[in-house]
Design a protein around this ligand. Sequence first.
Ligand SMILES: NC(=O)c1ccc[n+]([C@@H]2O[C@H](COP(=O)([O-])OP(=O)(O)OC[C@H]3O[C@@H](n4cnc5c(N)ncnc54)[C@H](OP(=O)(O)O)[C@@H]3O)[C@@H](O)[C@H]2O)c1
Length: 249
Amino acid sequence: MQPPLLGKTALVTGASRGIGAAIARRLAADGADLVLHYGHDTAAAEGVAADVCALGRRASLLQADLADAAQSESLYGQAAALSGGAPAILVNNAGIGRFAALAELPVAEIQTVLAVNVTAPILICRAAAGAMPAGGRIINLGSVITDRPVAGRATYAASKGALHAFTSVLAQELGPRGISVNAVAPGVTATDRFKRGDASRVPEILARTALGRIGTPEEIAALVAWLCRDEAGWITGEIIRADGGLRGL
Ligand SMILES: NC(=O)c1ccc[n+]([C@@H]2O[C@H](COP(=O)([O-])OP(=O)(O)OC[C@H]3O[C@@H](n4cnc5c(N)ncnc54)[C@H](OP(=O)(O)O)[C@@H]3O)[C@@H](O)[C@H]2O)c1
């Protein structure tokens, strides 16, 4: 049987590690060619590109600092130039968290979180909005933080709440062209960020998760990849949680 995403190109932001790297590998396994965006870790991005190529798909690399609006604005166009056509799949995955009590979070860090988590996906979608082919797919990585509040994450939650709202409204705008726009909102997922975090929280997280474990990047990637398939074409404007049944933390 033909792979479901054969002939499509996907731009994945933040594809050098974590959930973004897993999404890139999964989309390649499903037949897509990839434009892999990354921030600073060229070696890691090259490793993911090698994995994509080993799956028989094409991989191009694009470095850009998504805290910089001009670099965000030009990313989709650069991906189109590299891959010979406007990517039919856009996954806005890159995101950062700066976790601290609000009074202790420097203003510059607040601005960076909002720039990378909100402004960048909006600007990348703006560039894609006029160019993406009919039947395209936009998937934004949100978070369950918006309805599972945790102290010290107010700015991060505000950024993801804004991204969720943006997702549902953009779906209305792009629907007439057959482009779906959805957000996947992970719960706690075992990426480097989680491994670097506060281990003392783990027992409580496990106790509050119906499935009693932490999620994997591959589980998030599987949902993103399914949303990219033709058979998911009726789903748009949704914020889909993937959190193992997490209750309030
Ligand atoms: N992990 C979780 O538990 C969890 C839970 C809920 C939601 N999420 C969301 O899922 C997404 C992926 O999370 P993750 O845990 O996989 O993150 P991660 O391991 O920290 O990876 C983040 C990715 O974003 C890129 N990035 C960060 N800042 C950037 C910047 N200024 N410019 C360009 N690229 C930048 C990084 O590139 P370089 O490393 O090359 O700089 C990296 O590829 C994020 O949107 C996150 O908010 C994660």
